[in-house]
Design a protein around this ligand. Structure first.
Ligand code: AMP
Length: 606
């Protein structure tokens, strides 16, 4: 039972007595040497969490649950959206596979602190490899399995891994993509050469193993098992490259101790999910949500985690939730829009175990959230995240007995414990500005950036005083601590000196029936400096579709004519990052050549 009944009590405990708060939170973790102190400044200006403590994250995620009698409980349930295979692995099986594979890595010369690059789709083996690294103190670097040779080479050069692990193929929908040619190309380009490559052989397209270089994953799993090694809380657990939403891709380093504490607390406090219950995230394991809520948080908490390979269809999602009594579902607005598109005749109302649905990663308009609430007949909320923070900065707290107001449910919520946001306004009379976070950041956030072979303080994320972490997101904070998000700072449009975020306009367009998704960008305007242009994707097979005139009228009615929306472009699709987020900058660059619906660009003058 959590000791707080209201958000205000929780917030006061974390703010007024952070030392007591985090030492209590740390009791959820099994330590070799329990922490006596919480946060310590480092010589490089950043900070370490629980610097006097030692633990092993893999022990916390696997072994301790077997010791506590959960050995026969499913730890992982895997579904491939491409091959339709499904597998379930108990905690006892996971322990045996992870301990064996850790022994295999050791036999290949992998030591504590060495990097192991894992370029695999969402598979059980990906989790086994991650946990095996954690077991021996190696630092895993999971990268998106769909990268082409040069992208993979860049990451190999950045982290200089001792070993690279791939699956023999991945899938793009149902199409088999062999991975060996990509690996060969990457290794031919990269200046760094790993000592060995490990390949998970898949029936759809087994690879030819190169003698002296390649090893079979499943054979290595049968190596002599090794026990978890004890690590300092601040030792690195993993490096994860950002998707590029928050600037140029960079390697975020996560520690062991702070990460375990923050994630364990969040499962109870935020997601209301307890040991023995099932958590399902649709995110790729190569992104932060896949790391935190596909793998570490559910396993550290003794839950069952459902993971998927590929983009899950509405019917597969329903079946997985139903068959595995999913308690909490975590997905993205993009995935939710796809589910909406497919789900006209499919109800998700009869899922008795499902308690709530979370989305994150990009703006979710209230219309989408309302649709999801009626579809699942459960609370659906959005919360705000960055790869750098590792868990939600602002969120909703289903572990607290206090009920949130309906209006709050459409916002990204209130700060999670230890996050202390402030607004930096560009004009004193404006309520909105860049959201910055007071340092130190809470446990679970970045332990630094990976640069030139080591962990460095994240200087590029700090403001000029060195006191604040810059999120580069815009918003405002209201009197109830609720953050109202306006999108990335560079997505703000300045019309005749007045600022409006693209998200504010998108929110109104998304409410029009027949709109699947939309993005608003700024283009130069001779008179007013900038003006917005809207890109709209319509739902397929929907009879009613709004006209450009109707959209413009609606936006002006809600926000005022000063907004100056004159142009609506109907397009087939919006450009997205590999993690599925809309890239507005790409629209700016390609807006003249973008493929349009039925070849038409509708431009309307107001
Ligand atoms: P990434 O690190 O790639 O996951 O991207 C983080 C960025 O995604 C944030 O800085 C936001 O701009 C955006 N983002 C994440 N969650 C949300 C959300 N719930 N609502 C709006 N934007 C979000």
């Amino acid at each position: 039972m959590l000791p707080w009944t209201t958000y205000d009590a929780l917030s006061a405990a974390a703010t007024d007595q952070p030392e007591t708060f985090w030492l209590k939170a740390a009791r959820r973790i099994t330590w070799e040497q329990a922490p006596l102190s919480t946060c310590r400044a480092r010589a490089d200006g950043w900070h370490d969490w629980f610097p006097d403590a030692t633990l092993n994250t893999c022990h916390n995620a696997v072994d301790r649950h077997v010791e506590a009698g959960r050995g026969e409980q499913a730890a992982l349930i895997w579904h491939s959206c491409a091959t339709k295979e499904r597998q379930s692995v108990t905690y006892r099986m996971l322990q045996s596979r992870v301990a064996g594979f850790a022994g295999g890595l050791r036999a290949l010369g992998v030591q504590k602190g060495d990097r192991v690059l894992i370029a695999m789709p969402g598979m059980i083996e990906t989790v086994v490899a991650m946990l095996a690294c954690a077991r021996i103190g190696a630092v895993h670097v999971v990268v998106f399995a769909g990268y082409a040779g040069p992208e993979l080479a860049r990451r190999i050069e950045d982290v200089t891994p001792k070993v690279v692990i791939i699956a023999s193929c991945s899938f793009q929908r149902q199409t088999v993509i062999p991975s060996a040619p990509v690996l060969h190309e990457a290794l031919a380009i990269a200046a760094h050469r790993p000592q060995a490559c490990i390949i998970v052989q898949r029936d759809a397209c087994p690879a030819v193993l190169l003698p002296m270089r390649d090893h079979d994953f499943h054979a290595l799993e049968r190596s002599a098992p090794v026990a978890p090694v004890m690590l300092r809380a601040q030792d690195p657990l993993y490096i994860l490259h950002t998707s590029g939403t928050t600037g140029r891709s960079k390697g975020v380093v996560r520690d062991n101790g702070g990460h375990a504490v923050a994630l364990a607390l969040s499962m109870d406090l935020i997601y209301g999910c307890k040991a023995g219950e099932t958590f399902f995230t649709t995110s790729d394991l190569g992104w932060v949500v896949g790391h935190s809520y596909g793998v570490y948080a559910p396993l550290i908490s003794g839950c069952t985690s459902v993971i998927v390979e590929g983009s899950v269809s509405a019917s597969a999602l329903r079946t997985l939730c139903h068959d595995h009594d999913v308690r909490c579902l975590f997905t993205t607005p993009t995935q939710m829009r796809l589910i909406r598109q497919e789900s006209r005749h499919l109800s998700c109302a009869n899922l008795p175990a499902l308690a709530r649905v979370f989305v994150a990663g990009e703006y979710a308009d209230p219309t989408l959230l309302d649709w999801a609430r009626s579809h699942f007949q459960k609370p659906v909320v959005n919360h705000w995240w960055q790869t750098e923070t590792g868990w939600s900065i602002t969120t909703h707290f289903f572990g607290l007995p206090e009920q949130e107001s309906a209006s709050l449910m459409n916002e990204i919520g209130r700060p999670a414990p230890g996050f202390r946001p402030a607004i930096v306004r560009s004009r004193p009379d404006e309520p909105c500005g860049e959201i910055v976070l007071s340092l130190p950041l809470p446990p679970g956030c970045l332990a630094g950036m990976w640069k030139e072979g080591g962990i460095r303080a994240p200087a590029t994320c700090l403001d000029e005083t060195g006191q604040y972490y810059r999120t580069f997101d815009e918003g405002m904070i209201d009197d109830d601590h609720v953050i109202h998000m306006r999108g990335r700072s560079d997505d703000v449009i300045k019309v005749a000196g007045r600022r409006i975020s693209g998200v504010q306009i998108e929110k109104i367009i998304a409410m029009e029936a027949g709109v699947h998704s939309c993005a608003v960008i700024a283009v130069p305007d001779g008179l007013r400096g900038e003006r917005p242009v809207a890109y709209v994707v319509l739902e397929t097979g929907f009879n009613i579709a709004p006209s450009a005139e109707k959209i413009i009228r609606q936006v002006h009615q809600v926000l005022g004519r000063w907004v100056g929306l004159r142009e609506v472009r109907f397009v087939e699709r919006l450009p997205t990052t590999v993690s599925g987020k809309i890239i507005r900058k790409a629209l700016t660059l390609t807006s003249e050549t973008k493929e349009t619906r039925q070849g038409s660009v509708q431009t309307v003058l107001s």
